[in-house]
Ligand binder design. Sequence first.
Ligand code: PLP
Length: 371
Amino acid sequence: MKPETIAIHTAQPIDPATGAIVPPIVLSTTFERAPDGTFPADYEYARDNNPNREALEKVMMKLEQGTKAFAWASGSVAMMSVFQALSPNDHVLAPTDLYHGIRVMLLELFVPWGLSVDFVDMTDLNAVEETIRPETRLLVLESPSNPQMLIANISALADLAHANNAYLVVDNTIATPIFQTPLTLGADFVVHATTKYLGGHSDVMGGMLVAREHNPIVEKLEFIRTIGGAIPAPFSCWLTLRGIQTLAHRMRFHAENAQTIAEHLESHSAIEAVLYPGLSSHPSHSLANQQMSGFSGVLSVLVKGGSEKALSIIANLQVILRATSFGGTHTLVEHRASIPNSTAPDNLLRFSIGLEHVDDLIADLHQALDK
Ligand SMILES: *Cc1c(COP(=O)(O)O)cnc(C)c1O
């Protein structure tokens, strides 16, 4: 089945008790044993498993074409669990342009815990190869990266990781499985902040990890989750799965709006550069074309002038909202350099292009840029 159909039909059967076509939310934390001590439906305790979580995992496993999926309470804890599955003295290679929270997590939590970490430009394969060490166990990649929209070669990095006895984990939050399936390019794990496009409406937090095949990390993740319990609530799983039903259609519209806006902004005199993989001016446009089938709805612009100019532009916006995060229906803008620990340039504005009519968004951008 195609993603549009998987999203609607996989693991969401008609409820046998009522005939409801929308699955009920199961809030029970505990499930009764049969007289012989077994569990009739295989559910025992909600930290171990829950029907809403299981349905969400099955859909994500199919969409990402993996063999095992784990739903987590946030995108951050999905990634954190991968680091926890490593051992002290292991070495991690992470990208220089990395979601700032994951960067802080590595430096402040996992370096003291015993991991060693290097940050390297993942678009430079020679630099990656030179930074790999015998203790390197994990390569972390975001492609497209947040917020600089860098594109790295997923299959080349997977080969490099495997030749060095390491795993490759790809944060696929921006592309989503509609536009990119890293496991089919050789990555070992895909991670998502489902808080973004998968939920899709800025109203539910969650994370997801999908593994290409069984391996010792998968085994450890199972243990970490059951013993730690960083799980999403049943209602969060239900909302995320509802969002996924329209994912393919939303993604095409996000991408179409973003492409139109990127092309418009590129020719505006107040803009120094537009960072969007769908533009032929993007340094990795042809690589993006090879490994992605669309370019999603996040784009960044570098404005002429510094921080002050960037902040004054967004102060004048009337339709576009000044808020963090991305992937929802509303168009959002953020001055990333204002966030503590961000490594974003001073004049960078990151836009999450929403599902409003593109003419209204362009009009809003023009009135703010021309003021
Ligand atoms: C938002 C985000 C995260 C963190 O996810 P949360 O659900 O906010 O914890 C990780 N990676 C990327 C690329 C993100 O955009």
